[in-house]
Design a protein. Structure first.
Length: 253
């Protein structure tokens, strides 16, 4: 039956940036599909843990600051020690800094690029090595953005990093498909999360954004859960190197 191909029963999924927003929404979606969860965040993710365990799934929480690549090896070691394997990685952790490009600082550039693309690449590399060691293949899902396609306003480092996410997703798919590794990306549109609180509070910007979204609403973290489950499942075995826009029709306008 086709629905069995969407099941994640028996799978172990790592989700970075799992405590709130899109990360929490995708984490819960994977758990609902049957996966056990390793949640990684720089803060305790007690609410996410409770939601996963309420679904009867196992949850391993790891507190780590992914502004550097230093924690990656220890995270994978902890996952393999507890579960014996890794099947899915969702690279969701990321930050945004807003300032006019003319005044943008080097620190804001470096911080955003470090977590949004450098850590994403080396986390993917480390998990891919584990997939190859296991001989099982696996799924990697990167979180891109509408600004992987567009320039944006007042977010130069975020735009650069998310454009790089779409590019590296293609590059890694080219190299790792031979190992039965599928690596794809999801590009969320304007979502009601912590990152967009300032935009939603700005009456003029909020109206301008909603006027372009065909669905006439901000996205919800649950809107990204379904695509994440699909790309993590056997149903997406022949999809590789692609970035799926989940944007309420923003790019269609």
């Amino acid at each position: 039956m086709i629905l069995k191909q969407f099941s994640l029963e028996g799978k172990v999924a790592i989700v970075t940036g799992c405590s709130t927003g899109l990360g929490q929404g995708m984490t819960v979606g994977l758990a609902e599909a049957g996966a056990d969860i390793v949640g990684v965040d720089y803060v305790e993710a007690d609410e996410t843990k409770a939601l996963v365990e309420k679904l009867g799934r196992s949850y391993l929480g790891i507190k780590a600051n992914l502004l550097t690549t230093e924690p990656i090896d220890s995270i994978i070691d902890a996952v393999v020690k507890k579960y014996g394997k890794v099947d899915i990685l969702i690279n969701n952790a990321g930050i945004i800094r807003r300032e006019d490009a003319i005044d943008f600082t080097e620190k804001d550039w470096d911080d955003v690029m470090s977590i949004n693309i450098k850590t994403l690449f080396f986390f993917s590399q480390r998990v891919a090595k584990q997939f190859i060691k296991q001989g099982t293949g696996g799924k990697i899902i990167n979180i891109a953005s509408m600004l992987s396609f567009q320039g944006g306003i007042r977010v130069p480092s975020y735009t650069a990093s998310k454009s790089a996410v779409m590019g590296i997703t293609k590059a890694l798919a080219n190299e790792w498909a031979q190992y039965n590794i599928n690596i794809n990306a999801i590009a969320p549109g304007y979502m009601a999360t912590n990152n967009t609180a300032a935009l939603r509070a700005d009456v003029d910007r909020n109206k301008a954004i909603l006027d372009r979204i065909t669905a006439n609403r901000w996205g919800d973290p649950k809107d990204v859960a379904g695509p994440a489950v699909f790309l993590a499942s056997e149903a997406a075995n022949y999809i590789n190197g692609y970035t799926v826009a989940v944007d309420g029709g923003w790019l269609a306008r």
